[in-house]
Design a protein around this ligand. Structure first.
Ligand SMILES: NC(=O)C1=CN([C@@H]2O[C@H](COP(=O)(O)OP(=O)(O)OC[C@H]3O[C@@H](n4cnc5c(N)ncnc54)[C@H](O)[C@@H]3O)[C@@H](O)[C@H]2O)C=CC1
Ligand SMILES: O=C(O)[C@@H]1CCC=N1
Length: 271
């Protein structure tokens, strides 16, 4: 029997589904502890087969849960909050929002001032237990922050930050998955040009990227420290690296992250 809290994930798209998968894979809870909602439940047939509860009734899903995870798009949120407001009991429910650009106060403005809200910004690597999740709250009790930390720690790393940095965390960590994947894709395309088949080039680039990230995380070192070990004098690494910098490699990554952070703050329109 599961001792986990009944959880409703409202909006089971890319991140909602990845989170559900990750929580079950890590044994945080059983599929039957989670109700997945979506407007068209036909899209959740496979998840129902796996033992998740599925529903298109957000109000009922909230009424049947104690933890409510909001995972719709920012532009879909107000309709959802209007629907569930009557089912939220501040004494019973903890609301967790993974929605970019929406503050805890924005959510309370719709659900009631007493409701405890925690924002969490995971990324899609949550499905395999490798998320970098940032969490923030302006009113949740320590016990609830601890529970959210525990939940997301089962599916990756967790850092608690100030809420005003949440849009920055979105750009660096959530959007960041796409940025690094594009870098791996570009490396593999380069690999094809210099002689490898596409599938092997992609595998080689991905494992190389994983090794590079692991060097930083496991040795606790700085990128330049590790780069210095690769760049032999008059060698081929520094030639390639400097050419990339001449073409704006670091600059384009920095500018992209700044634009994403700005955009993350503009995604939600209060009504
Ligand atoms: N995709 C990502 O990597 C990340 C996304 N986020 C945030 O998570 C949220 C969802 O993003 P995605 O999963 O990418 O979008 P998505 O479009 O894949 O998922 C949203 C889901 O919500 C469903 N939905 C919409 N209105 C609904 C309603 N009233 N009731 C039930 N379901 C409803 C949609 O059918 C869809 O399946 C966004 O706010 C985004 O900012 C946060 C971190 C990472
Ligand atoms: O692209 C987006 O808006 C969402 C938020 C972070 C990742 N995906």
């Amino acid at each position: 029997m599961s001792t986990s809290k009944k959880t409703a994930i409202l909006g089971s798209g890319n991140i909602g589904m990845s989170l559900a998968k990750g929580l079950v894979k890590s044994d945080y809870c059983l599929p039957g502890d989670i109700t997945l909602t979506r407007r068209n439940v036909q899209h959740l047939a496979a998840q129902e087969q796996q033992g998740f509860k599925v529903s298109d009734d957000n109000f009922a899903a909230v009424a049947d849960s104690t933890v409510v995870i909001l995972a719709v798009l920012p532009q879909q949120l107000n309709i959802l909050l209007d629907k569930i407001a009557g089912a939220i009991d501040p004494a019973r429910h903890l609301v967790i929002s993974v929605i970019s650009g929406v503050s805890c106060a924005d959510i309370r403005a719709k659900l009631g001032n007493d409701v405890q809200v925690v924002r969490a910004m995971p990324n899609t690597a949550i499905a395999i237990g490798e998320s970098m999740t940032c969490i923030a709250s302006d009113n949740a009790e320590a016990e609830n922050i601890a529970e959210v930390t525990k939940m997301f720690k089962t599916v990756g790393e967790v850092i608690k930050i100030n809420e005003d940095l949440m849009t920055s965390a979105t750009a660096l960590c959530a959007c960041g998955v796409a940025f690094f994947l594009r870098a791996v894709r570009a490396a593999s395309q380069g690999g094809v040009e210099i002689g490898f088949h596409a599938d092997e080039a992609l595998r080689m680039a991905a494992q190389t990227a994983k090794g590079a990230a692991s060097l930083l995380l496991e040795l606790n070192s700085h990128p330049e420290q590790e780069i210095d070990k690769v760049t032999s004098p008059k060698g081929c690494t520094i030639a390639g690296l400097n050419e990339m910098e001449h073409q704006g490699f670091s600059s384009s990554m920095i500018k992209g992250i700044k634009l994403s952070a700005q955009k993350a703050g503009e995604l939600y329109t209060k009504e």
